[in-house]
Design a protein around this ligand. Structure first.
Ligand code: AMP
Length: 291
């Protein structure tokens, strides 16, 4: 396994792989790898024969008061995990390799980015789309694997690929969870023992809301949101947002739409603070294929 830190060396390696007829899959990550990332890498291995994992804690997607400086960095352990999975290349650039000090170009999606995390994390998705575009240009992949855990991010990147004609096929892989349902996340490391015990309630409530949506008549969006918020508050958490949206455009679902949801793919998405740790999760209702 090669560890590459410059864009030019990465492009050369991908160019060579392409010349050799290999199919390249990239798995972009911020490191601190866990089973969720591993599932994406395994998917990449199934779909391609040259697998690149990028490890880059991207400064431009963190807000001023967010956790960029404290974000967990476990590079040596991440390298061992990738090696064990027979990854071909880790692309791990430094900040100044990715961003010139006078960089002044952004890639920005302006519709899907408005709702959900976009409301409280201003500029976050602009950082994400910019870095993913740059990572695509550096790694030149045929396929890119992202997780459903970050549902809004996945949808925005899919839109960016379409709108900017990136020759990249995007694959979205399911959310991997702990046994008690908590979505795996590098940020789970921040949780105290007590918060870790409480955190699975997020997933439990999302499933409850899904069941209510599917089985109960004359239900209102507001009552479901209130139920979620009061239940989270009762265990000491704080809801950043809980929204029920159309899974294809992230627009809020109306009560009228709830009367007949058989033709609407619905996403129930949330961000919850456990003390200072912000956790996101979502439940996707695809009819005939509920996941
Ligand atoms: P991150 O390192 O958190 O930026 O995540 C890198 C990629 O891993 C993104 O595509 C995430 O959606 C995906 N990912 C993170 N956690 C999970 C999870 N629990 N299950 C599946 N994919 C995940």
């Amino acid at each position: 396994m090669k560890i590459i830190s410059t864009i030019s060396e990465m492009q050369n390696a991908s160019q060579e792989a392409r010349m050799a007829g290999l199919r390249i899959a990239v798995v972009p990550t911020m490191g601190c790898l866990h089973e969720g990332h591993i599932s994406l890498i395994e998917k990449a291995k199934q779909l391609a024969n040259f697998v690149i994992v990028t490890i880059f804690v991207n400064p431009t997607q963190f807000g001023e008061n967010e956790d960029f400086s404290t974000y967990p960095r476990t590079f040596d352990r991440d390298c061992q995990i990738c090696k064990d999975l027979t990854v071909d290349v880790i692309f791990a650039p430094q900040d100044n390799e990715m961003y010139h000090s006078d960089a002044s170009t952004w890639v920005e999606e302006i519709q899907l980015s408005e709702n959900l995390c976009g409301k409280t994390r201003k500029g976050h998705f602009r950082g994400v789309t910019t870095v993913v575009a740059k990572l695509f240009n550096a790694t030149m992949p045929h396929k890119a694997i992202f997780g459903q855990k970050d549902a809004q991010q996945a949808l925005i990147i899919k839109r960016m690929i379409r709108d900017l004609n990136f020759p990249v096929e995007m694959i979205i892989a399911p959310t991997i969870r702990e046994n008690d349902g908590l979505a795996m996340s590098s940020r789970n490391k921040y949780l105290s023992e007590k918060e870790r015990k409480t955190a699975p309630i997020i997933n439990q409530l999302l499933i409850e809301i899904e069941e209510k949506l599917l089985n109960e008549q004359a239900i209102s969006v507001e009552s479901l949101k209130e139920y979620f918020t009061s239940s989270i508050t009762a265990v000491g958490g704080k809801v950043d947002y809980i929204e029920i949206v159309d899974a294809n455009n992230l627009k809020n679902i109306t009560d009228k739409q709830l009367d007949d949801i058989t033709n609407t793919e619905i996403l129930i998405a949330t961000a919850v603070y456990m003390n200072t740790t912000r956790l996101i999760d979502n439940q996707l209702i695809l009819h005939n294929d509920v996941s």
